[in-house]
Design a binder for this molecule. Sequence first.
Ligand SMILES: C[S@@+](CC[C@H](N)C(=O)[O-])C[C@H]1O[C@@H](n2cnc3c(N)ncnc32)[C@H](O)[C@@H]1O
Length: 207
Amino acid sequence: MYRVDRNNFYKEQKNATVYTPQRASEFLFSILERYIPVSGYVLDPCVGKGSLIEPFKRAGYAYMGIDIEDQGFPSTIIENYLTLDYNFFAESPSLVVMNPPFNVDQKTKSYIKEHYSGRPLLPEVWLMKTIELFGTKIPMVLFTPYGFRLNQSQNSKRWRKFILGHYPEISSIISLPKDVFDGILFHSEILIFNVDGLKAHYFLPDL
Ligand SMILES: C[S@@+](CC[C@H](N)C(=O)[O-])C[C@H]1O[C@@H](n2cnc3c(N)ncnc32)[C@H](O)[C@@H]1O
């Protein structure tokens, strides 16, 4: 019989401070660089220490890193991303990269309950917020658990939103090994939206 208490996933859930491994950031940069104009800027709305945005910064892209708390990324803007409106940004970014938290503080939880109906997955909240700010055509990178794309029924709100075009089509998927994050096993993948020209699917290569 299947025993939940023997499944390490429940003991070792991904928390808010699990950073993007360098091999994932470098690989993302290597496939995206040619499609993202250096003239724009790259936004990470949950930037942490900056692991995900780092290769873009190093390559000379302008960047903006937002986080609810300062975790050491230079010039982090300390804000709750979910409460910002478009006027906060002088212009739309040319790419939004997101490895959203899978747990949030009580205040953010209440905010989500009030502003988004049901109990959406946190990556979906970040996706909805980014679409609300910049529209459905904005190029985006989103880390999600597999369940975001797969674990749905035909009446799931998320399923309907994909079918009806409220969410953009997925341009490309990057499969991640379960042990890609430091110290935990977590089933996740990276979805890329609104970037034409990529392969439909990649397995994350070694560095
Ligand atoms: C999984 S970490 C990812 C950090 C970094 N982008 C990376 O890839 O390594 C998620 C980050 O989201 C931040 N965060 C949590 N709630 C937030 C909110 N409401 N607005 C902005 N950032 C938030 C956390 O502080 C944490 O740094």
